[in-house]
Ligand binder design. Structure first.
Ligand SMILES: O=C(O)c1ccccc1N[C@@H]1O[C@H](COP(=O)(O)O)[C@@H](O)[C@H]1O
Length: 220
């Protein structure tokens, strides 16, 4: 059985961190985007990252952040990865990667085949690509909307960089998403919540368990 690496994003409490660690997820995501119900202050995020056990990778999610914001975040807490979820150009991604010495995951929004060109564009600059659903034009958030895309668009894709599937995943659909796409990494936020920003330990455990289920057939 292939071990699928799971990222649970948008943690807001020490109990969330404990639930994610207990679930066997590989990554814990912390959101720095004031419009999000999952937004953390630097002090809040510092407390959560310090509570994370060794082995749980701590990911800071930012949206078009400037250097001052990134300086403040990276100086205040231990991090293992930066997730760029805005309109950062490939040059800006490379600049951030060099400046902070942390692996960078660039989010690419997908609604149709044409959007996949961006995966190649960012593959030289970023360490990983997050393939997420493209938000609607009037969406308040660039991610974390519980919106999925047609997974067949990324079925069996092989790219230069490791990639992670995101967008509208839930404990109920993640096994099928993995089966269809052959993704080795998955990311979820709203699908493991009781309400926006309120994570549920049982849903987190069920989500990770669903990625481990022997019923998930491998395609090769
Ligand atoms: O979660 C947020 O609030 C968020 C805010 C701004 C940008 C991205 C955000 N979340 C990311 O979006 C994916 C998909 O979310 P969902 O599972 O569809 O709710 C999530 O995993 C985060 O990486």
């Amino acid at each position: 059985m292939v071990d699928i690496r799971v990222k649970i994003c948008g943690l807001r409490t020490v109990a969330d961190v404990a639930a994610v660690a207990a679930s066997g997820a590989a990554y814990a995501g912390f959101v720095f985007f004031p419009k999000s119900p999952r937004h953390l202050t630097i002090d809040q995020a510092r407390e959560l990252t310090l509570a994370a056990p060794v082995g749980l990778a701590k990911v800071a999610l930012v949206v078009d952040a400037d250097d001052a914001t990134l300086d403040a975040i990276t100086e205040a807490m231990p991090l293992d990865m930066l997730q760029l979820h805005g309109h950062e150009s490939p040059d800006r991604v490379a600049e951030i990667r060099a400046r902070y010495g942390l692996p960078v995951m660039k989010a690419v929004g997908v609604a149709d085949e044409g959007d996949l060109a961006a995966v190649l564009e960012y593959s030289l600059a970023a360490d990983q690509i997050l393939v997420d659903a493209k938000p609607s034009k009037n969406a308040a958030l660039p991610g974390g909307n519980g919106l999925s895309f047609d997974w067949r668009l990324v079925a069996q894709r092989r790219w230069l960089r490791p990639w992670m599937l995101a967008g509208g995943l839930t404990p109920g659909n993640v096994a099928e998403a993995i089966r269809l796409t052959n993704a080795r990494q998955v990311d979820v936020s709203s699908g493991v919540e009781l309400s926006p920003g309120v994570k549920d330990a049982a849903k987190i455990a069920a989500f990770v368990a669903a990625t481990r289920a022997p019923a998930v057939p491998r395609l090769r």
